[in-house]
Design a protein around this ligand. Structure first.
Ligand SMILES: [Zn+2]
Length: 273
């Protein structure tokens, strides 16, 4: 039987000492390794972006129950709907008496946002739109229209994730992608935010408060609600107006949903990963 020739006949065992640097791969070999890696990274990026931009979500009325809330300060739970956690002593703010702040979540939506904007513009009334990065990427022109009309823009995450169930890196990614979408669509950034699936400060529990503190550290001021019009149930214009103005003598921040009214805002299990 022929013996396999040794690669280095006569070579003596390597003497102990500093490890020798391996010679660089020839260009042909580097090409074989680098190209598949680049392709793999590209495919992973496409799948990630595809997942972020196409998955659906449940409405903000979906909430959690049974989670502890002992860590939420009483002054926050009993405070106003604007929660500022950007410093060591979080505090809340209320809207002035006889003032209603109209807010609209989950847009920009090609059907509802232009209609809402037209009504607001007709009455020369500013609104606050908490947009998702996902919808902003899909409808950048509608976002620019809101800004042209002088309406306020806030962040509502990129893919409407429940931030209380996400890792810190996932929360950071949601914020970064949303700001990127806003910058790309309209050249703006914003530090105003509404967390998906949040409602009133009184409904804050410990996981949500932990996220709120982290968002404050990143410079975000949080907007909650103190009146919910439940317009996704389509109760009729009169009922929506009554709900929005019920507490207006004392000041109220109302919430209204512009997108997927009557469809995706019905209670359902969140889809996607
Ligand atoms: Zn929402």
């Amino acid at each position: 039987m022929r013996r396999r020739p040794s690669r280095s006949p006569g070579r003596s065992p390597r003497a102990p000492g500093p490890r020798r640097t391996r010679a660089p791969l020839p260009p042909r070999h580097r090409f074989r390794i680098v190209v598949p890696l680049v392709l793999l990274a590209f495919i992973a990026s496409v799948l990630l972006i595809e997942g972020y931009t196409t998955r659906g979500f449940a409405g903000d009325q979906e909430g959690h129950s049974g989670r502890p809330a002992t860590g939420v300060p009483g002054r926050i739970k009993g405070g106003g709907p604007i929660v500022d956690t950007t410093h060591d002593h979080p505090r809340t703010y209320r809207t002035p008496d006889k003032t209603v702040v109209l807010t609209f979540d989950d847009g920009p939506d090609p059907t509802w946002t232009p209609r809402v904007r037209a009504v607001l513009d007709h009455y020369d009334t500013p609104g606050t739109f908490f947009v998702t990065g996902q919808q902003t990427v899909r409808h950048p022109g509608i976002l620019r229209g809101l800004i042209r009309s002088g309406h306020e823009i806030g962040v509502h995450t990129f893919s409407h994730r429940d931030l209380t169930t996400q890792s810190a890196s996932a929360v950071d990614r949601e914020l970064a992608l949303t700001q990127l979408a806003l910058a790309g669509a309209a050249g703006i950034k914003t530090s105003l935010m509404r967390m998906p699936y949040s409602s009133t400060p009184a409904a804050l529990d410990d996981p949500a408060w932990s996220v709120a503190r982290r968002l404050g550290e990143k410079g975000y001021v949080l907007a909650f609600i103190d009146q919910d019009t439940n317009d996704w149930r389509r109760p009729g214009a009169r009922a929506i107006a009554d709900a929005a103005t019920r507490a207006s003598r004392a000041g109220a921040r109302s919430s209204s949903c512009t997108t997927r009214a009557g469809t995706d805002h019905r209670p359902s299990k969140p889809s996607g990963p």
